[in-house]
Design a binder for this molecule. Structure first.
Ligand code: ATP
Ligand code: MG
Length: 225
């Protein structure tokens, strides 16, 4: 479970204050898929960055599976993220100097020494995303949709309980985007992971257990049909 207690995030630029999130109380249940909407600048990416521990709240508490990450120092937040969270970005963020399989194995390498089972697991994931024969390929030789499939596999490879996705289909055409959604449905829902996805796309709504709207520095929730 992800629990937000009176979370505020205020960016100060000179004399101007951007009160992006103010006194937000919220609970994300484990094993559910949340799709987050809100107009540009409403604070969706900000919230994902706070939950992932990439950024810290101005005030308030964030507790994930019993750990109060908002009290952690940066080092411990990084360790917590590596062990518990998979992040999928709009622009894929694959490492250009690593081939597909090396990109995939990176999150595991960050927490332990690789062994044979890791390689088998990564090969299996490659198969699931339909790229089994592309392990040696470098990211710049892949299409956008293929890169995003690798990025999704990479976000899952260390078996995190929480997936955060920031507009994962924002850069893809409709058909490719639909493919990505199906892939997420297969990989995330079947493994009972918690996912929070920020998006502008209505096409992903079928994936949701809950819809979260970010508006006026607060979060509002709706049950999806
Ligand atoms: N480091 C920063 N310093 C100052 N202001 C910031 C900073 N990061 C974000 N903001 C501001 O916080 C607000 C929320 O930004 P955020 O990126 O969370 O929006 P978003 O909902 O993800 O928008 P989009 O749909 O365009 O991605 C914006 O007004 C943005 O300018
Ligand atoms: Mg954003």
């Amino acid at each position: 479970m992800i629990k937000l207690d009176k979370i505020s995030k205020i960016f100060t630029e000179g004399v101007i204050q951007h009160r992006v999130l103010v006194d937000v109380d919220f609970e994300f249940e484990s094993g559910k898929i949340y799709i987050m909407y809100g107009k540009s600048g409403s604070g969706k990416s900000t919230l994902l960055n706070l939950i992932s521990g990439i950024d810290t709240p101005t005030s308030g508490k964030i507790t994930i599976n019993g750990s109060e990450i908002s009290s952690f120092n940066e080092n411990n937040r990084t360790l917590f993220r590596r062990n518990n969270i998979g992040f999928i970005f709009q622009f894929f963020n694959l490492i250009p100097t690593l081939n597909v399989i090396e990109n995939l194995l990176l999150p595991i390498e960050l927490v332990k020494n690789l062994d044979k089972n890791d390689l088998i697991f990564a090969e299996d994931l490659l198969k699931k995303i339909g790229l089994s024969n592309r392990g040696e390929t470098y990211p710049d030789k892949l299409s956008g949709g293929e890169q995003q499939r690798v990025a999704i596999a990479r976000a899952l490879v260390h078996n995190p309980s929480i997936i955060l996705a920031d507009e994962p289909t924002g850069n893809l055409d409709y058909e490719t985007g639909k493919n990505i959604i199906e892939l997420l449905d297969n990989l995330v829902r079947k493994q009972n992971k918690t996912m929070l996805m920020a998006t502008h796309s209505q096409d992903v709504i079928g994936l949701a257990d809950y819809i979260v709207r970010v508006k006026d520095s607060k979060l509002f929730i709706d049950k999806a049909n």
